[in-house]
Design a protein around this ligand. Structure first.
Ligand code: ACO
Length: 331
């Protein structure tokens, strides 16, 4: 069974309610039909009768719940919750209503916050920033986590490295500025993500262009400091750094450059030192090694919300819904 099939099986075993707020896109309906047929999750689509008529025509939506954001008996509850959460940021009942009607991502996050749904998948026709921002503002982070980050589950074909070609790469999607503390948090949540999605022990490499002091620079020190912070806060996590990518992945290079390291040559969870490195790194592996790149999956949020690529297919939405449902089982 492939990685996504395993996830779908996990999702079906304890069905969660996932909201798809992009009723302005036909792919939402195509995916919803498939998800309902396969029984992966209970789907809610947010949309007006006109949007459903225009983009959902021809799809079998039996088993899919439609919520009209202009005519929903629960709407006042969501407005009240929005104001309760954001009054200090200037949100009033009027501005809350307007925002929810204008941007269904807010509506979807409020459904989760009020316990009427377990997660959200969006981004087929919205930017990453616009998909993530409502979740950061309304759902916030898990206890003990300050920073949400985004990982890709990489499935590299014909590869014996990592966990037989499976890796977590992070942060590839969210944080534009890292200090050592943020990098340490990204490492901790990435280790948890690897464990929960792959089911094996994470071996976390904190990547750099230097291995164990081979180069001196503030950027290198930041990575080494992050390793120390992870060890201090989570001694149970198998982590090492700073490591160059070849030392992290290839046993012979690891032995040479970082002898005795518990991670070098065996890493399956790669924590990049910047968003540029992470974002470019996952795309290199995806394009040149023809890897499947599942994500970006957001980690560290109190409830799961995930982003889609704007070039995604309906099947990609189905896969991300399965990942979101599995995250919701563990939330
Ligand atoms: N973790 C937790 N909370 C956060 C984070 C974070 N990483 N970043 C921002 N927040 C919170 C802020 O504290 C703030 O909370 P508040 O309103 O309660 O005070 C709220 O989120 C909004 O923060 P802003 O800084 O005002 O939001 P901003 O408009 O800067 O958006 C965002 C944050 C969307 C994450 C931004 O950093 C961003 O766009 N990141 C890059 C995304 C991107 O383009 N990635 C690459 C493409 S993805 C791909 O290729 C797969």
């Amino acid at each position: 069974m492939g990685f996504i099939d395993e996830l779908k099986a996990k999702a079906k075993a304890d069905k969660k309610t996932i909201v798809l707020p992009e009723s302005m896109d036909k792919r939402t309906f195509e995916a919803a039909e498939k998800i309902a047929k396969e029984g992966i999750a209970d789907i809610v689509i947010i949309g007006t009768p006109e949007e459903i008529e225009k983009n959902g025509a021809g799809f079998d939506l039996s088993g899919v719940r439609i919520v009209d954001p202009f005519n929903d008996p629960n709407k006042q509850k969501y407005i009240d919750k929005f104001v309760e959460l954001r009054a200090k940021k200037g949100v009033t009942p009027e501005s809350a209503k307007e925002q929810m009607e204008k941007d269904y991502m807010y509506y979807a996050c409020l459904m989760c916050k009020c316990g009427d749904a377990d997660g959200v998948v969006s981004g087929a026709c919205h930017s990453t920033g616009n998909t993530i921002r409502p979740a950061l503002q309304l759902l916030k982070t898990k206890p003990g986590i300050n920073s949400v980050s985004g990982f890709f589950l990489m499935e590299v074909p014909d590869c014996t490295l990592g966990c037989n070609g499976l890796f977590v790469f992070a942060d590839c999607a969210v944080n534009v500025d890292f200090d050592a503390q943020k990098l340490a948090e990204i490492a901790v949540v990435s280790a948890e993500s690897f464990k929960s999605f792959v089911g094996e022990e994470p071996k976390v490499a904190m990547l750099s262009y230097s291995t164990k002091g081979s180069a001196k620079h503030d950027d290198v020190t930041k990575v080494a400091d992050a390793v120390a912070l992870v060890r201090e806060s989570h001694p149970e996590i198998c982590v090492d750094g700073e490591l160059q990518l070849d030392a992290a992945l290839v046993a012979s290079v690891g032995e040479l450059k970082a002898p005795g390291s518990p991670v070098a040559g065996q890493a399956n969870t790669l924590v990049f030192p910047s968003l540029e490195a992470g974002n470019i790194g996952y795309k290199l592996v995806q394009r040149l090694a023809k890897a499947n790149a599942y994500g970006p999956v957001l980690q560290g949020l109190a409830m799961p919300v995930n982003d889609l690529s704007r070039g995604c297919y309906a099947d990609d939405i189905v896969g991300v819904v399965a990942m979101t449902a599995v995250q919701a089982q563990q939330a």
